[in-house]
Ligand binder design. Structure first.
Ligand code: SF4
Ligand code: SF4
Length: 304
């Protein structure tokens, strides 16, 4: 006969989970309110649509770029700027950890696109999970989540049938930073809006220096920074070309040849952002613990 499971204290279990994630490299970890997620996410994209008996949604964030990364040109940053795979690895391990330690079903929440909805609609919004878990607030840069201490992070989630106490969203949004408000008062744009190469960001800041409106043209950003739809487009051009030289151009033009290269190495450069909005963002680059050097300095100061 199977032995009865010991009682699990939800607060102790949550602490063990936070400790595990921090040990593995997460900077922040939280639990989103399942009720709020079920209310806010549209039908078909709620946690229970993936895992019907889910009780808790755990979200974690890992650090974004190193400080050095911001010093390289956009063409190089596109290859290594994203660190989301680190977050995915920790969540993958966390699902095993919870099943091993607490005997409750858990899954690494797939961060991938919904096969029924096309390549722009994810199965779940890991951003919404992170926001409701209090790990970041929506910025004027296309809703990228920002954290007042850690700046710009990458997020991943675990769903579990283990009951855990949830956290609250952040009470204050660090975006716009005071210097962004000053720039907006002078030129009507914030740094992210001004330096986006395709000008896909716009918005308004109110008299109190808070976000009033945010507009983000996803298609323009995607055309600039997410090239996976360019691949079938260039194949289509090759198929439709009447002239063999045009066909060759569609496949072997230097720009298009880069697409084959990125595909063959599985480069995040096919999927990532162009990063220019974050390169100029004072929170992403200058928040007190935004990169490993700043965290190293903070640790030294703590030792004194
Ligand atoms: S990733 Fe690039 S194109 Fe997209 S919003 Fe940021 S700066 Fe603009
Ligand atoms: S640059 Fe950063 S802090 Fe400033 S408005 Fe844009 S996203 Fe917000």
């Amino acid at each position: 006969m199977a032995k009865r499971k010991p009682e699990i204290d939800p607060a102790e279990a949550k602490q063990a989970i936070l400790d595990y994630c921090k040990r593995k490299g997460a900077l922040v970890v939280g639990v989103a309110s399942l009720d709020a997620l079920e209310r806010i996410a549209p039908p078909g994209f709620r946690p229970t649509d993936i895992m019907p008996r889910v009780k808790s949604v755990i979200s974690l964030g890992v650090g974004g770029q190193t400080q050095g990364a911001w010093t390289v040109p956009a063409k190089a940053l596109g290859y290594f700027g994203s660190t989301e795979s680190r977050a995915y690895t920790i969540c993958y391990g966390l699902a095993y950890y919870i099943e091993n330690k607490f005997g409750e079903r858990s899954i690494y929440c797939p961060p991938d696109m919904d096969p029924d909805s096309g390549p722009r609609v994810p199965l779940q919004s890991v951003k919404l999970h992170a926001e409701l878990a209090g790990l970041g607030a929506r910025s004027l840069a296309g809703d990228i989540l920002l954290h007042p201490e850690y700046g710009y992070m990458y997020f991943s989630s675990v769903f579990t049938e283990l009951e855990l106490p949830h956290d609250e969203p952040m009470a204050e949004n660090p975006c716009p930073a005071p210097s962004c408000v000053s720039m907006y008062r002078q030129i009507g744009r914030t740094p992210c809006m001004k330096f986006c190469p395709v000008q896909c960001l716009s918005g308004k800041i109110d008299d109190d220096g808070k976000q009033e409106e945010m507009h983000y043209e996803m298609a323009a950003c995607a055309e600039m920074s997410q090239q996976y739809e360019t691949v079938p487009a260039s194949i289509m051009n090759a198929i439709n070309a009447d002239d063999p030289l045009d066909r060759e151009d569609a496949l072997f033009d230097p720009d298009n040849k880069m697409l084959w290269y990125k595909q063959s190495v599985g480069s995040g450069g096919l999927l990532a952002q162009c990063f220019e909005c974050m390169r100029v963002c004072p929170i992403a680059t200058k928040a007190p613990l935004a990169d490993p050097i700043l965290r190293y300095q903070a640790a030294l100061e703590e030792e004194d």
